[in-house]
Design a protein around this ligand. Structure first.
Ligand code: ZN
Length: 199
């Protein structure tokens, strides 16, 4: 336990995902020893991201305007939507260059243990996007783990009866992990080999 400002910093850092008490302490002392200019750049980056970045009104991806870059791009096709859990998954799929449609970011996955149900995700917004019949295929690219599979099953039961083709990425992705951990080639292949799933 330290005094005042140092402890406040350690406490704040410790609230970040993946940062345990030891790491929080190490980062805090790193910042204490760092040049004021370096710390200022970090502070500016934090301030800027909160001031400028928001979530896309349409798909939930990170955006610096009402629409994200993908939604604002007229060259992308409107008939396919790829559903992912987090904005970082959009980045992972974009890297494969296999997909030219639109995205929908759920904001997580169904997880009863952590009290995350369908209503906590952007599922209603997805249904709204499907309502006018423009979209003919929904690709479920949730993570290859228990929560991701449960979410995909839930969504396919909801969407397939609407007459929309529902597909799921092919197996071969590292099971139990995050989509972002798959390399570009593996993820690209999983995309190409996606299979239609039933209702
Ligand atoms: Zn968007």
């Amino acid at each position: 336990m330290y005094e005042g400002a140092v402890q406040d910093l350690i406490d704040e850092l410790g609230r970040l995902p993946g940062v345990g008490p030891k790491s929080a302490q190490r980062i805090a002392f790193h910042l204490l020893a760092a040049d004021a200019a370096d710390v200022r750049r970090l502070v500016d980056a934090l301030t800027e991201v909160k001031a400028r970045v928001r979530f896309c009104d349409t798909c939930g991806n990170v955006a610096e305007a009402e629409k994200c870059r993908v939604c604002a791009d007229p060259r992308r096709s409107d008939d396919v939507i790829c559903v992912v859990e987090e904005p970082k998954d959009v980045v992972a799929i974009e890297r494969t260059r296999e997909f030219r449609g639109r995205y929908h970011v759920l904001g997580g996955a169904i997880n009863p243990i952590e009290n995350v149900g369908p209503d906590d995700l952007r599922i209603g917004q997805l249904m709204t996007r499907l309502a006018d019949g423009t979209v003919t295929e929904v690709i479920l690219a949730t993570d290859p783990n228990v929560e991701g599979e449960a979410t995909a099953t839930y969504l396919s039961r909801l969407i397939a009866p609407m007459g929309v083709t529902v597909s799921r990425l092919a197996s071969g992705l590292p099971v139990g992990g995050d989509l972002e951990y798959a390399d570009e080639v593996t993820l690209g292949r999983a995309f190409e080999g996606r299979r239609v799933v039933g209702g």
